[in-house]
Design a binder for this molecule. Sequence first.
Ligand code: PEP
Length: 253
Amino acid sequence: MRKQIAAANWKMNLTLQQGVELIGNILKNNISLSDQRQTLFAVPFPFLQAAQQAIDAHPHYFIAAQNCHFQKSGAFTGEVSAEMLASIGIRYVIVGHSERREYFSESNQILAEKINRCLENQLKPIFCCGESLAVREAGNQNQYVSTQLHESLFHLTADQVRNFIIAYEPIWAIGTGKTASSAQAQEMHLHIRSVIEKQYSSEIASSVSILYGGSVKANNAREIFGETDVDGGLVGGASLAAEEFSSIIRSLQ
Ligand code: PEP
């Protein structure tokens, strides 16, 4: 069975003290999780180790980085490599968030390289894909997302794609308060799964966790996560408040 995951993306928010307090308040709720129902916190680089310590005794919680560089190492001032993340015990990295694609010009080809660096270092990428409003209004969203998958992911072997994590995040729904309807989310998640099936196999496609991202809140998570091909969420704004995010974690199915 594929994993159901509630992933928090703090982006460039919170101080260290606020972040550790937030994790502590969520852990206090003793939400029942398992190998199949997990929670990730994607925190800013300077907080990674303190966040790791905060979840230390909590087996189904993990810390993720929000990015890594596409080169192994070298003269890239201010950047962080996959190897560095692995060396401090990090196991998950968000790759290809739409904000990185837009503000830092990350192309599908660069993201393919980032995924390679992650896998070389036993890091699990959370690969983000999703279309803009203009693409959706033109009715080209399926083709657009297929191209993202083909250009960033489909150079991998079936074994590398097994149990992969993808986050479908329609750009028009991120931080806008506009959520895709649960039917729209299901339609795209099914499309993503069928593209993976065509490239690899149905066994591989059904092992991939596909998270939905875009204005997930406590009051819509249960409905969205209830869709057959939605395996949890990648959550920005609503992950910054302990009770709101706890309720989202409890909505995993
Ligand atoms: C995100 O940035 O991944 C995201 C989904 O943000 P929000 O939940 O705020 O829309």
